[in-house]
Design a protein around this ligand. Sequence first.
Ligand SMILES: Cc1cc2nc3c(=O)[nH]c(=O)nc-3n(C[C@H](O)[C@H](O)[C@H](O)COP(=O)(O)OP(=O)(O)OC[C@H]3O[C@@H](n4cnc5c(N)ncnc54)[C@H](O)[C@@H]3O)c2cc1C
Length: 507
Amino acid sequence: MTQIVWFKRDLRLQDHSALWHAAQSGTVLALYIFEPDYWQLDDTSQRQWAFTREALIDLNQQLKRLGGELICMSGDAVLRFNKLTEVLNIQGIHSHEETGNLWTFSRDLKLKKLLKKSNIPWTEYPQNGVRRPNRNRDDWASHWNQWMTQTQYPIPDHINFLTLDRNENFLKPEQLPERISCQLPSVQQPQKGGREEGVKILSDFLNQRGEYYRGSISSPLTAENGCSRLSPYLAVGCIGMRELVQAVRNRRRAAEGRWKASLSAFESRLWWHCHFIQKLEDQPDMEIQNLHPLTEQLNRPFDEEKFEAWKTGNTGWPMVDASMRYLIANGWVNFRMRAMLISIASYPLALPWQPVSRYLASLFTDYEPGIHYPQVQMQAGTTGINIPRMYNPILQAQRLDAKGLFVRRWVPELQHVSDQWIFEPWLMPRAIQENSHCIIGEDYPAPLVDFAAATRRARADLKSVRDSEFFTTAQVIGEKHGSRKRNSSRRMTGKKKARDAGQMTLF
Ligand SMILES: Cc1cc2nc3c(=O)[nH]c(=O)nc-3n(C[C@H](O)[C@H](O)[C@H](O)COP(=O)(O)OP(=O)(O)OC[C@H]3O[C@@H](n4cnc5c(N)ncnc54)[C@H](O)[C@@H]3O)c2cc1C
């Protein structure tokens, strides 16, 4: 009688409710399924798979220490489970509740059907503050807090593992392909997957780097070390959210001054993590449909040339291009630059957010659909419930990279351009272009569009859809998805917040 623990994006043993419950109920088969079709989607990539594969190898080591092992299969998960039902006496399947993209959502629905037919119970356990089903948004914050305060599931003392003979069906993680076909270049210095590495990074953040978190997350120059860099470990579950929140709270108890403020700011991001994932959990078609239906009327036709220039970091706006090239090379960029990349694609370039978001997702090692799609829609101005913000790449550069260090490093064509022109090189007189070894239009592109005129058009376009029907629908969306924040009296107004962040509000 076998209990299958199906590992998906929960590659750890600590605070693992599925493993804990399965271990209490019988013999455990620890299973991972490599799904080739998933890894060929536009929003997935080699960089994500490489990280996941390392995390699987690490998970196998952890299981070995308990006397077990991770059995890997390759292929369509529904077909694989069908096969398993023929060869094993399966008593139950245990996994975490996955809020994935539409592909994994539809795979789970198909699997549910199969298991129902075969009379095999599949129990899914929450692995963060996301609630399924989420009937009431109003008490969500207290639900989140309660869940984070509960005792963690310990690693079971004893597990009866089922071992299977290795053959072409049952593989070790090392036997899974190292590479999947992928157009993207490799990440230069990738973060290493696995719990062991994640725990090291967490400890380093909580004891060393975290002190200056609050002041260092906006500039790409300081964010690289100032941010926790835990995102890929959270995305594949090497570190659990409850475990992380509790570790932060424990650390904060002994903290003072700058440390305390930074840890509070950090914990609020962990709340956002679940807050955003809840949106996709409640509305899976957010991956493809505008949250506010009237924003479908925005004039954003697909333009191959603009899309290619944006994708490759050749828009002609140095801060945008530096951010994109940095992301391509590193598989990560900080929040502000992610938001700017979407804002530029959506407003001055007026590209539809769907292909933009899929490409951006594939660049992130930390791709988390539940954060990604709601964030993209928010930055693209299609939710109807957030104040649309437009990032000005020149202002952003002046504030976050005053000396042009980031821009010169990632856009080497501008290396010899002086501070005066570095963020607006297209304004350089021809003689200065020659002296700077940077001819605009030859060595480095001129901006794809006139920023001021294009943003005026974007603003007018958005205004034209915001009639009374817009606000009625927005109210309904707000009921379902809007945040009900703590400390609301201390929050800045939308306009002040935007001004402080160097953004232009649209209204
Ligand atoms: C367009 C866009 C797409 C994004 N896509 C993703 C994604 O696919 N995966 C992802 O993990 N994050 C995404 N983010 C959120 C954020 O940029 C990253 O979480 C952060 O940069 C990861 O680095 P870190 O772990 O060092 O962050 P830290 O600042 O150290 O934050 C710690 C954790 O808090 C959570 N977090 C931080 N900021 C946010 C936020 N604004 N919203 C929700 N959760 C947050 C993340 O889980 C993050 O790992 C996106 C943001 C934007 C604007």
